[in-house]
Design a protein. Structure first.
Length: 260
């Protein structure tokens, strides 16, 4: 297990798969860039704490992975039961302080990172960036920061994690793809999140060519109605008004979007 290391290097073999993003629910996206496959915030189980999703995500749906990125340690982004289903040889990138949270999962390579760090996965550069989601406590542990990531190869893909608007977004521009949260899992959206309108406003700072909404339509609390794509549709409408030059693609669960 590796602790925090600036400009950490994960030297891994190159592949040859086409560039694409596959949305598997909530914040779980498999990003394929420059032959590398990276999964974000994998929550696979049907039930996590008080939340449930319509079905489990199988490991086979993830395919071969070269790294896993964890944006923060809230249960809908970091689920130990889901991590235990993965190959423990896959490098795991987590916020500073989170290695102790995942230690029981026995991953061989755990990288703790902070904004400003760089992780290299084959030819793919991953810039660790801030997220306006505050710090998170896991049970009685110390606060752990929230992060975003920008994957940079022949194309650039921004993984926002959970965040609200922040001034530093403008420094990430321009981008090819922005994976933006547009909702939550409850009836109310607390601080440190983007709603559909604010996610559309983020496009003015990020200036992506393409935006894909995430963090919607997946989890529900007990007795709540089934989630739907309403927040994503509202985001697309707001984006058409606020940032008409940005293409918005709403993916179905399990859908793959080729990046051309």
């Amino acid at each position: 297990m590796l602790g925090h290391a600036r400009a950490a290097i994960l030297a891994l073999p190159m592949g040859s798969s086409p560039d694409a993003v596959t949305w598997l629910g909530h914040s779980l996206v498999v990003v394929e860039l420059d032959g590398q496959r990276v999964a974000t915030d994998p929550v696979l189980r049907r039930r996590v704490a008080h939340l449930s999703q319509a079905r489990e995500v199988t490991v086979s749906e993830l395919g071969r992975l070269d790294a896993v990125l964890i944006s923060h340690v809230h249960y809908d982004h970091l689920d130990l039961g889901s991590l235990r289903r993965l190959d423990r040889s896959i490098p795991l990138v987590v916020p500073l302080g989170a290695a102790r949270v995942v230690r029981r999962c026995a991953f061989a390579d755990v990288r703790e990172v902070v904004p400003g760090d760089v992780v290299q996965v084959g030819a793919l550069r991953i810039d660790v960036v801030e997220a306006a989601h505050g710090t998170v406590r896991r049970v009685l542990g110390r606060p752990i920061p929230s992060l975003g990531f920008v994957l940079r190869g022949a194309r650039s893909v921004y993984v926002a994690g959970d965040t609200d608007l922040f001034d530093g977004m403008a420094a990430l521009a321009p981008l090819d793809v922005a994976l933006l949260p547009v909702a939550g899992w409850g009836s109310k959206l607390g601080p440190g999140h983007l709603d559909p309108r604010r996610a559309a406003e983020a496009l003015l700072l990020l200036r992506p060519r393409l935006a894909v909404p995430v963090h919607f339509g997946t989890f529900k609390t007990p007795f709540a109605p089934a989630p739907d794509d309403g927040p994503a549709v509202a985001f697309a409408a707001a984006a058409a008004e606020v940032a008409p030059d940005v293409e918005v693609r709403i993916l179905r669960l399990g859908e793959t979007l080729a990046l051309t």
